[in-house]
Design a binder for this molecule. Structure first.
Ligand SMILES: NC(=O)c1ccc[n+]([C@@H]2O[C@H](COP(=O)([O-])OP(=O)(O)OC[C@H]3O[C@@H](n4cnc5c(N)ncnc54)[C@H](OP(=O)(O)O)[C@@H]3O)[C@@H](O)[C@H]2O)c1
Length: 336
């Protein structure tokens, strides 16, 4: 079966752009024992991949060299189940190459019910998917957010951040989000239910946070590191907690905050995590967040691009902060 795939064509020397990738015709291949041929319906893109282009692997996957096809989590349709017991035409989520169709390990696929509509289909890549599970692990499981607490979320309109904000709200916390544009600030307060939101380009992070939280914060959910982490360490109340999820603002390096001594004087706790180490909690996450979704207390937030040929453009847009929520590329309509 013929397919299209996206390969890295040049290693980025500075900013990653669409020009670092190309679209190529290829053969999807035949499933060997233990493998399944799938068609990709929706592909979710992750900013963290940028760190692996032309470089070393991380906990999330191997380094990506010139000629390699990157991978992401996706909603797929089973085209040829091989020797697996997955029915032809059934849907699943899993990590797949950036392609229109390809062969993947059956064990890597997580079957899902055929969704009732587009929103439910996309939710498997947002609030019910990898970014949702990341936000739930950090905010609910490790952050132990409680009703009445004041919570600050950076990268709050991004894939993980938009879920973290909603989970803290669903728990009854007061939530302050920071994002990079007036449109995202409006999304945070008007759609995601944040109590207050600030535009990080409006001034020094610590000043904006002090204004938004004059009595301090109890919990900080960090997606970006850098100036935002430093601001949070200055504004956290004694005994406060910070959950360290990501450090996108540092590019490939990540400096320690200059005010680390606040940890001592205010008895603060910093807790980093890698979501893949918490896979055993996925069932608990799915049932809790699935119920919130049914009750309309949380929703899928994403920016959609159409067509595999737009994957490079979509990835550039993700890295330049042009998207809200999870960035999803629609490759084909869902069956039926
Ligand atoms: N620990 C884990 O297991 C785990 C799992 C998944 C993801 N992550 C990490 O979680 C973070 C968020 O992932 P995501 O998928 O939500 O990414 P995302 O959708 O790209 O969101 C990240 C947000 O960071 C903001 N940002 C970018 N550059 C910034 C800068 N210089 N200073 C401040 N903010 C900046 C951007 O928002 P604005 O421009 O609107 O501010 C962007 O929306 C990433 O660091 C990712 O690597 C960690």
């Amino acid at each position: 079966m013929r397919c299209q795939e996206i390969r890295l064509t040049t290693v980025p020397t500075a900013e990653v752009t669409a020009a670092n990738f190309g679209v190529f015709e290829s053969d999807a291949g035949e499933p060997a024992p233990g493998e399944v041929l799938v068609g990709v319906l929706r592909l979710g893109l992750n900013a963290g991949l940028a760190h692996r282009l032309g470089g070393e692997g991380t906990a999330y996957g191997p380094g990506v060299g010139v000629g390699d096809v990157p991978t992401s989590d996706a909603v797929v349709e089973v085209l040829d189940p091989g020797d697996s017991d997955l029915p032809t035409g059934s849907l699943a989520v899993g990590k797949v190459p950036w392609c229109s169709a390809g062969v993947v390990e059956a064990a890597e696929l997580h079957p899902i019910e055929t969704p009732a509509g587009e929103d439910e289909l996309n939710a498997h890549l947002t609030i019910l998917g990898h970014v949702g599970f990341t936000a739930w692990t950090g905010m609910i499981h490790l952050g132990e957010v409680r009703a009445g607490e004041v919570v600050y979320v950076s990268g709050a309109a991004g894939g993980v951040g938009s879920c973290a904000v909603q989970f803290a709200k669903a728990t009854g916390a007061t939530v302050i989000g920071v994002a990079g544009s007036a449109e995202k600030v409006t999304l945070l307060t008007e759609v995601l239910g944040a109590d207050r939101a600030v535009n990080r380009h409006d001034g020094p992070a610590v000043d904006l946070l002090r204004e938004a939280a004059p009595d301090g914060i109890d919990l900080y959910y960090d997606n970006v590191g850098g100036e935002q982490l430093e601001a949070a360490l200055d504004v956290l109340r004694p005994g406060g907690r910070a959950i360290i999820c990501g450090a996108v603002s540092g590019g490939t390096r990540s400096d320690a905050p200059a005010n680390c001594r606040n940890l001592i004087h205010r008895e603060l706790t910093l807790r980093g995590f890698t979501v893949t180490a918490h896979e055993s909690l996925r069932g608990q996450f799915e049932s809790e967040v699935g119920a919130w979704l049914q009750e309309g207390r949380v929703r899928s937030v994403h920016t959609m691009f159409d067509g595999i040929e737009r994957v490079p453009e979509a990835f550039e847009s993700l890295l330049s902060g042009g998207s809200s929520g999870r960035l999803i590329v629609s490759m084909a309509s869902r069956p039926g």
